[in-house]
Ligand binder design. Structure first.
Ligand code: ZN
Length: 164
């Protein structure tokens, strides 16, 4: 069966950066399962997987625009250190959810100066060209429940939850 909209696809993959460092991986014993065609994966990955057959192994090079986006300066904020009173000790690498005027953004502390804490809400893979090797392990039709929920259920899915 081929990968198409509203199929559930199980894949094993290795993700490397442009220098060959492994950033992420899922092997055949713990594959990733997802509902294809509705944006559950980054656009470049869904595009590369579209119409593939189960059993196929292939490589995909995905530019930032189809991955985790270009680095956005608007997602970097300078915050007054006084605001961190309630959070206790803040250090570089600390992550928290920042409430902005119209959004909630997961940010990471990237720099601390005397009175200022600089936080960055860009994805850690922003600006990265992504080098995937992907094997399609299984393709099946989504169940009505999966279509209703907009994600895959069962082993390997990010939403392997109990629906009571
Ligand atoms: Zn669900």
């Amino acid at each position: 069966m081929k990968v198409a909209k509203n199929t559930v696809v199980s894949i094993a993959y290795t993700l490397k950066d442009s220098e060959g460092n492994v950033l992420d991986a899922a092997d055949t014993s713990e594959p990733l399962a997802y509902l294809h065609g509705i944006g559950n994966l980054i656009p470049g990955m869904e595009k590369a997987l579209d119409n593939r057959d189960s059993g196929e192994t292939f490589e995909a090079v995905i530019p930032p625009e189809e991955g985790y986006g270009a680095f956005d300066d608007d997602l970097v904020w300078e915050l007054d250190k006084d605001q961190f009173g309630e959070l206790g000790e803040v250090e570089v690498g600390t992550q928290f959810v920042l409430e902005t005027e119209d959004d909630q953004v997961l940010v990471t502390v990237v720099e601390i100066r005397d009175e200022v804490v600089i936080v960055d809400g860009n994805h850690e893979l922003a600006d990265e060209t992504l080098f995937f090797e992907i094997t399609v392990l299984e393709v099946r039709d989504a169940t009505p429940e999966e279509l209703e929920h907009g994600h895959a259920h069962g082993p390997g899915s990010a939403h392997d939850h109990d629906h009571g």
